[in-house]
Ligand binder design. Structure first.
Ligand SMILES: NC(=O)c1ccc[n+]([C@@H]2O[C@H](COP(=O)([O-])OP(=O)(O)OC[C@H]3O[C@@H](n4cnc5c(N)ncnc54)[C@H](OP(=O)(O)O)[C@@H]3O)[C@@H](O)[C@H]2O)c1
Length: 326
């Protein structure tokens, strides 16, 4: 298989490339920011998703069998303040990619998010109506709808959640700061593994309950989706949506405790703290889903495997971590 990965220097993209290399898949990866820090033994193609003609040209040039589209902006504040630019990159860019895939007959796996939901419904599945509470979720939902409207496109949507792991392509870029709208698990892992206190914000505007998802685990699911015939989850909405996230939802405080246990850190380093006031002020117009619980049953059945629960994911990650830093 010839696989094209967008956002190959990102957390998820680098894990897909790492896994695909082991499966002897031919890889092309788009590159936007700095060059990857690891040895590149695959094709790199510089690409900005704001340039829609360049997207079409790149797909036409490489004619992949499948494309996994990870590239996205994740900074909630930046998106809120630069809406037109981000819409062009995230929504128009995804549509241009989908059109290009259709032209060359490539299967497209679009990486979406649990944040298409508002976090107010106890349990949602692939057929539940989305109700995003921020611009990021709106853009992901818009792209999911756009793909469904493109006749003849072979595609799947893989919704991820709460990603943690190692960015193998650019370890120095790992997001290690505590912040609203960023990966709490990555912050907690880096702090606790280093024996440093980790604040767990407990006040308003936190995604308190979510599905932590190991990047290498969802990379496997996305690769399965790239090969999938797309029929497994064509449920009553006629959609092709799959929940590729960890199989267990957990609160931030319980997650921090499990991270401490996996990394043999002192649980006293976990510090429940009221959400930072300046972060709250900056994010005052931006909604954050409170409790995102997704059913993963249909996806597990369709892809032939269940994603890790929290303990399994952290155990697997501890091994990755030790091997990487040894
Ligand atoms: N992280 C999570 O918890 C989470 C949860 C749910 C869904 N997701 C989704 O999962 C996917 C991957 O996320 P991630 O955590 O791997 O994020 P990430 O590490 O920030 O990776 C995002 C990638 O997008 C690239 N990119 C940004 N702007 C671009 C542009 N204008 N043109 C081309 N490429 C651009 C980045 O390139 P550079 O590195 O070169 O800047 C980076 O490689 C995204 O679609 C995200 O929405 C993530």
């Amino acid at each position: 298989m010839r696989l094209y990965v967008t956002g190959g220097t990102g957390l998820v993209g680098s894990n897909i490339i790492r896994l695909a290399r082991r499966q002897n898949i031919e890889i092309i990866a788009s590159q936007y920011g700095p060059e990857p820090e690891w040895q590149v033994d695959y094709q790199l193609d510089p690409l900005n998703f704001a340039d829609h003609e360049a997207i079409r040209a790149s797909i036409a040039k490489y004619k992949p069998d499948a494309v996994i589209h990870c590239a996205a902006i994740l900074d909630q504040l930046f998106m809120f303040e630069n809406r037109a630019l981000c819409w062009s990159i995230m929504v128009d860019g995804t549509r241009a990619l989908a059109q290009a895939c259709r032209e060359v007959g490539a299967r497209l796996v679009f990486v979406s998010s649990d944040w298409v939901f508002d976090g107010q419904v106890d349990l949602v599945d692939e057929t539940s109506p989305p109700n995003p509470v921020n611009f990021y979720g709106v853009m992901k939902m818009a792209s999911e709808r756009d793909l469904g409207a493109l006749d003849g496109l072979d595609y799947a949507v893989g919704r991820l959640a709460g990603i943690y792991g190692l960015n193998y392509a650019a370890p120095s870029l790992a997001r290690k700061d505590n912040g609203l709208g960023f990966d709490f698990s990555v912050y907690a892992i880096y702090r606790l593994a280093a024996g440093l206190p980790a604040e767990v914000w407990t006040g308003p505007k936190v995604n308190d309950v979510a599905h932590p998802t190991l990047a290498s685990d969802c990379a496997d699911m996305l690769l399965r989706l790239a090969r999938h015939d797309g029929t497994g989850c064509r449920v009553d909405t006629g959609s092709s949506i799959f929940h590729c996230c960890g199989s267990e939802a957990i609160s931030r405080i319980d997650l921090a405790r499990q991270i401490a246990s996996a990394f043999e850190a002192d649980p006293a380093l976990i510090m429940p703290t009221r959400t930072d006031e300046s972060a709250l002020d900056q994010m005052r117009h931006i909604g954050i889903p409170y409790r995102t619980r997704l059913s993963t049953d249909k996806t597990a059945k369709a892809l032939g495997r269940r994603a890790f629960n929290v303990k399994e994911g952290l155990t697997a990650f501890r091994q990755e971590w030790d091997e990487f830093w040894d």
